[in-house]
Design a protein around this ligand. Structure first.
Ligand SMILES: NC(=O)c1ccc[n+]([C@@H]2O[C@H](COP(=O)([O-])OP(=O)(O)OC[C@H]3O[C@@H](n4cnc5c(N)ncnc54)[C@H](OP(=O)(O)O)[C@@H]3O)[C@@H](O)[C@H]2O)c1
Length: 331
């Protein structure tokens, strides 16, 4: 493909960012790089920020967002990859300041690329995408900190969002009793169909509470919200409990006392899926292809095409997304 289609975002007038489908020319392949024909991408919260002009994510426009890409190698100057290999790229600079997966072609350093494990299809890898990888990393951190299904309930915040829904599905698969916190109680049936045992309103965690600790309710938690939500989650962990914190949809702020840490021995575990060494990303992909393989993974995502991106990105930015969106670029 010497030219390919991409969803390119431009600053039309000051602070007004608009995405359109354009025809682009293929890049020259630098030493150690891999050029990939992108079959699928997915929509993440960070893509919505990039597409809306967030300079914290993307410094210069015009720009093609898309922090995830899955496809086949078109050309490679990295000896680890050959033409036709099925591969996945998530994170690093993809879709931030490097043209991303919202185009039918990406060219990236070989050090960003993982081979698609046997047992996972290209589409399923993008049902998971960065959100799934992050959910997997959160669950893995909880497991490494000794959380077992016998320890008690696990809370997932932002449960209908990308990270949240995959975290719920994975924890259920691993035998945990999962409590889903959501701002969309209308989606309760979708969450209970996944095997979640209780669905509660997000408001339970959104109000500031002057008490330094609350009732011990959860053995562990996956939190995508940060801010007051994360503070209330920390206060609600039982003795020795852990929360894997990966997001900031509520707020990046964290205003808490040390009391839950020093009186209940709770753990705040940070999770980053972007700059994580490639070998650790590959480990999580391998788990999803084998013992973590999610039954009915298709039901977690809606498939969309390039022309549908503006509407979906707006929905994600407004916190209205339900589940995952897989972008099919094969047209
Ligand atoms: N650390 C990392 O490497 C990493 C990787 C991926 C994502 N993230 C971060 O994780 C977060 C979630 O990402 P995502 O892709 O899952 O986004 P998403 O699909 O947009 O889902 C976010 C969900 O959070 C909930 N939510 C929205 N506003 C909220 C608020 N004010 N308070 C509490 N919950 C709120 C909503 O779910 P409900 O309606 O069900 O509550 C929403 O659907 C983002 O902050 C993202 O930047 C971090």
């Amino acid at each position: 493909m010497s030219t390919y289609k991409a969803f390119e975002v431009r600053e039309e007038t000051e602070k007004n960012f608009v995405g359109t489908i354009v025809e682009k020319s293929a890049l020259e392949l630098a030493e150690g790089s891999v050029s990939i024909e992108v079959c699928y991408s997915s929509v993440n919260y960070k893509d919505a920020l990039s597409a809306s002009g967030s300079k914290a994510v993307t410094r210069e426009y015009p720009h093609v967002p898309g922090i995830d890409a899955a496809g086949t190698v078109l050309a490679s100057t990295d000896s680890n990859f050959a033409v036709g290999d099925e591969v996945v790229v998530t994170g690093y600079d993809l879709g931030m300041n490097t043209a991303g997966g919202f185009g039918q072609q990406v060219t990236v350093p070989g050090g960003w690329v993982t081979k698609l494990p046997v047992g996972l299809s290209l589409r399923d890898s993008m049902v998971l995408g960065t959100a799934g990888l992050t959910a997997g990393l959160c669950v893995n951190k909880l497991l490494l900190n000794g959380i077992t299904p016998e320890a008690g309930k696990v809370l997932v915040t932002g449960a209908t969002g990308g990270v949240g829904i995959i975290a719920c599905a994975l924890l259920v698969k691993l035998g945990f009793e999962v409590v889903a916190s959501t701002g969309k109680l209308a989606e309760t049936a979708k969450l209970t169909a996944l095997g979640v045992s209780e669905v509660i309103s997000r408001e339970a965690f959104s109000e500031e509470n002057p008490r330094p600790m609350l009732k011990e309710s959860y053995a562990a938690a996956v939190d995508v919200a940060g801010g007051t939500t994360l503070v209330n989650v920390i206060k609600s962990l039982s003795y020795g409990g852990s929360v894997a914190a990966c997001g900031l949809v509520d707020s990046p702020a964290l205003s808490a006392t040390v009391l839950p840490f020093i009186l209940r021995g709770v753990n705040l575990l940070g999770v980053d899926s972007v700059e994580l060494p490639l070998a650790q990303k590959q480990q999580v992909w391998n788990l999803f292809a084998n013992e973590w393989a999610l039954t009915d993974i298709d039901s977690l995502a809606e498939t969309i095409v390039l022309a549908e991106l503006p509407a979906v990105l707006a929905k994600v930015l407004a916190g209205g997304a339900v589940g995952r969106y897989v972008l099919d670029l094969r047209a």
